[in-house]
Design a protein around this ligand. Structure first.
Ligand SMILES: Nc1nc2c(ncn2[C@@H]2O[C@H](COP(=O)(O)OP(=O)(O)OP(=O)(O)O)[C@@H](O)[C@H]2O)c(=O)[nH]1
Ligand SMILES: [Mg+2]
Length: 402
């Protein structure tokens, strides 16, 4: 097990949990103030000396910093400290890599890792050309450029494979919609109980663990006898850069493109943490969601201050309180899913191309009549009505949609 020096800021518990979920042995914890950063080394000189001393004293293999290092900072820190240095993003990637099991998850993780490597590799090339990193040049100057080229080629090959997976998943969702299933996605911070909820609603065996990022790929299963398909997938954590989220797009689209999205929250967190995680997940998902969004507060068997948390969640929608572990509130949750996923019949007059595409994609056209105007009659799940109004409402008001 690698021995690490953890350099952490105030959010100490979460970072230590992240380290714990990858089985690193923490040799020493050093705290730093994120408000007092050094542009050259990220941490101040005093802190840097402390880290160097800690590495020497404990013979550590690795330094992990809860922050985001620029390529030049990473380079200079490794040079100064003499052992590999990881930042928060790199740590998340390492956890993903060690937990990835399915081909799809491995592909996405590899893509994300290469994306992470590119600016660092550029830094090495830059330094090598300045002759600041002679060891790196030992194999010949052009090898570095070749390696860089190889990474770019590999990235483009993986991108193609990822596009193929996205297409397959899109077709599968379309087929399931045609078969009359309500597609439900569980979105939430890592460790909030997504897999436990999937198991509680479907009986399907899934990995349920106290550690973070146990689930990296998707798992879709049927809820009892109802025509409801529920999907559990990778969770979120604060500080995931956009390109990392993008790498997981095929997986996350299962949530974005669901008819009903459950925003699952851990009710056992204290109020500030509850709010922080809720805001983090909303920031990631809200621009992409098309269907209904239901806030669900989990772990109420061990939760405090539920009234405050309900109030916070009510900004998103009427929250449902559950315990996925002991089954409380699950009937109500299924009823709500059925209600949001219920079919309604609507009519739209003279739809724009965008409006028509929306209806084709999420609804089912019943008839199209041409008279003075074009009248499109269709069925759609209730959860899409809001999106439908946004897309199909006319500039002269909402009269086009009746
Ligand atoms: N007390 C209590 N614990 C729960 C409840 N739901 C989940 N847990 C626990 O929370 C931990 C995480 O559960 P998971 O279902 O693995 O969470 P997840 O969101 O799938 O986590 P990742 O896949 O790692 O992102 C486990 O230890 C569960 O036993 C609940 O309702 N009550
Ligand atoms: Mg899980």
């Amino acid at each position: 097990m690698p021995k690490v020096i953890a350099v952490i800021q105030h959010n100490e518990k979460e970072f230590l949990d992240l380290l714990d979920s990858i089985d690193y042995e923490i040799a020493e914890i050093i705290k730093y103030n994120p408000k007092r950063l050094n542009t050259r080394y990220y941490v101040g000189h005093g802190k840097l000396d402390k880290i160097k001393e800690a590495v020497k004293n404990s013979n550590a293999d690795l330094v992990v910093i809860d922050g985001f290092l620029k390529s030049s900072q990473w380079f200079l820190l490794e040079k100064e400290i003499g052992v590999p240095v990881m930042d928060r993003v790199r740590l998340i990637l390492e956890i993903f890599a060690s937990h990835a099991r399915s081909r799809e998850a491995m592909l996405q993780v590899e893509y994300a890792r290469l994306k992470y490597e590119i600016p660092r590799l550029r830094e090495l090339i830059h330094r090598a050309k300045l002759k600041e990193h002679p060891g790196f040049m030992a194999g010949g100057e052009y090898k570095v450029d070749d390696y860089y080229e190889m990474i770019c080629r590999r990235l483009s090959r993986i991108r193609k494979k990822i596009e193929k997976i996205k297409k397959e998943r899109y077709e599968r969702r379309k087929r399931r919609r045609r078969e009359g299933y309500i597609l439900v996605g569980i979105a939430g911070y890592t460790n909030c109980g997504k897999s436990t909820l999937l198991h509680a609603l479907t009986g399907k065996d899934v990995i349920i663990e106290g550690r973070m990022f146990s689930t990296l790929s998707t798992r879709t299963s049927k809820v009892g006898k109802d025509r409801i398909l529920i999907t559990d997938t990778v969770g979120f954590v604060a500080g995931m850069p956009p390109w990392l989220i993008k790498a997981f797009e095929p997986t996350l689209e299962e949530i974005y493109e669901s008819d009903v999205v459950l925003l699952l929250m851990d009710g056992s967190d204290d109020v500030p943490l509850f709010k922080k995680k809720m805001d983090t997940v909303m920031e990631y998902i809200s621009p992409h969601i098309k269907g209904a969004l239901i806030p669900v507060i989990n772990k109420i068997d061990i939760a405090n201050d539920l009234d405050v948390k309900k109030e916070l969640a009510s900004h998103i929608g009427e929250p449902i309180l559950i315990s996925a572990k002991n089954g409380t509130g699950l009937d109500e949750l299924v009823e709500r899913i059925k209600s949001e996923g219920g079919l309604v019949t609507e009519i739209v007059l003279n739809p724009s191309a965008e409006c028509f595409r929306y209806i084709e994609r999420f609804g089912r056209i019943l008839s199209i009549e041409y008279d003075d105007s074009t009248v499109v009659k269709f069925q759609i799940r209730r959860g899409y009505l809001k999106g439908l109004k946004n897309v199909c409402g006319t500039s002269s008001g909402k009269d086009a949609l009746r």
